[in-house]
Design a binder for this molecule. Structure first.
Ligand code: MN
Length: 438
């Protein structure tokens, strides 16, 4: 549903928000948590506008918000956004409308709000919610096919994949925000042809291009969230890098699934883009007629009509050498989320169908996002390099089969189309440090 906040012609008195190509125009208004870098200030919630952040704790204190928007504005300034997430779409929408009007060109609120702006270049971010539980899905059929071919060339797609959104329960404690660094994980792996596993630093370190879906209002244990209700329980979406230790993962995977291969680090972008901001980029969700159609609990007219979201995504790599020689980052891949086999609403509904309760601030990973096209649409390096057998050549001539120490991976995402405002996600960056040697 589009409303006045989506009008493409709207401009802001924050001039940088009106620049072509800006990720955070007036039509976006994503939420995050920040403080001025290098200060002991408390973290608090803010809303991105242009190259600035509207400090929501300070903005609330001006007294300019009323009614449902005021309650939402207070919680949008908190050091974790779980309270805002718990409110639900009517409150989120009331706050969005109030912010859209107050940040609009010629708004009378400009004078009161100008002192509440903090330049994004001067801040550090925190994970925007206290994430109680994190679940990682596996919902790109092209990713499943590409990785499946490496493991099971004759039968790459497991028989359940086309019938339900596959997932495993992940680890919340090691989730960090863009700028995160982490040590290459240690663990067990079975080298090809060996009969005894070795313990040591991961030799096949990878990234995964994903979206993170933050849960809004939850459900009581034993209650289900049906598909028609599901989007009322989704607060918004960010970029997510599900770093993966492939050698550790493939040795431990059978019979219970990923463990140390996945739990050492997950990196999120700082800004959560609301579903309402993404409304202009919704698309029909299609399931080819010659493939299994969803069971009834995973089927709804609204999900068919607009379950998909056209979000452009890119993965960039820079290395210690490329930073030293200033050759710049290399773009490894680009695709869109519109190709995903299952929608966020189907993931959320499937998660609760057995009675599992979700809480505000829980995080769902979409699963690696790979497109159907050429190899350049794959969302993990294991796919791009055929498990390291066909290394990539970077801008400066360096080669990569998997990630080296010092490598930094940056994810970017945005929605853009003629006649619509660009809705950007900013970036999600993380850097690999050398392993501990014990
Ligand atoms: Mn993943």
């Amino acid at each position: 549903m589009l409303n006045e906040t989506h009008a493409p012609g709207l401009t802001s008195w924050v001039a940088s928000a009106n620049q072509p190509g800006c990720d955070f125009p007036l039509q976006n208004l994503p939420h995050g948590v920040f403080r001025r870098r290098g200060t002991g200030e408390a973290f608090r919630g803010g809303v991105a506008i242009g190259d600035q952040i509207l400090d929501m704790a300070q903005a609330y204190a001006t007294g300019m918000f009323e009614g449902a928007a005021a309650k939402a504005a207070r919680l949008a300034g908190a050091p974790a956004l779980n309270g805002l997430m718990a409110l639900g779409p009517a409150s989120w929408s009331a706050l969005r409308l109030a912010l859209s009007r107050a940040l609009r060109e010629n708004a009378v609120e400009a004078e009161a709000l100008r002192p509440c702006l903090v330049p994004q270049s001067e801040v550090e971010y925190a994970v925007a919610a206290q994430i109680g539980d994190y679940t990682d899905f596996y919902t790109s059929i092209d990713h499943a096919r590409n990785v499946g071919r490496l493991v099971r060339p004759d039968d790459p797609i497991s028989p359940n994949f086309q019938w339900m959104p596959i997932a495993y329960h992940g680890r919340g404690s090691s989730i960090g925000v863009s700028g995160q660094t982490y040590r290459r994980p240690m663990g067990q792996a079975m080298p090809p042809g060996a009969t005894t596993p070795v313990y040591g630093p991961c030799a096949r370190l990878d990234y995964e291009l994903e979206l993170g879906i933050f849960v809004g209002p939850g459900n009581a244990q034993g209650e289900q969230i049906t598909l028609p209700e599901a989007e009322q329980h989704i607060f918004g979406i960010c970029l997510l890098n599900d770093w993966s230790a492939r050698d550790i993962q493939f040795w431990e995977l059978v019979p219970l699934g990923p463990f140390l291969g996945k739990n050492f680090c997950t990196t999120l972008s700082p800004w959560i883009v609301t579903l309402e901001a993404l409304a202009p980029y919704r698309q029909a969700w299609e399931r080819p007629v010659n493939e299994p159609q969803p069971l009834a609990y995973l089927e709804s007219p609204a999900n068919r009509a607009q379950g998909a979201i056209d979000i452009s995504l890119e993965v960039w790599l820079d290395t210690q050498k490329s930073r030293d020689d200033r050759s710049g980052p290399t773009r490894l891949s680009h695709t869109s989320f519109k190709h995903q086999y299952w929608t966020p609403a189907q993931m959320l509904t499937h998660h609760t169908v057995g009675g599992c309760n979700l809480n505000p601030g829980d995080l769902l990973g979409s699963g690696t996002i790979s497109g159907p096209g050429a190899a350049g649409e794959a969302g993990a390096i294991i796919e791009l390099t055929k498990a390291g057998r066909e290394p990539l050549t970077l801008n400066n001539g360096e080669q990569r089969g998997f990630l080296h120490d010092g490598d930094a991976v940056t994810l970017r995402g945005w929605c853009e189309a003629p006649g619509k405002a660009r809705i950007g996600f900013g970036e999600c960056r993380g850097t690999v440090l050398p392993a501990l040697s014990r």
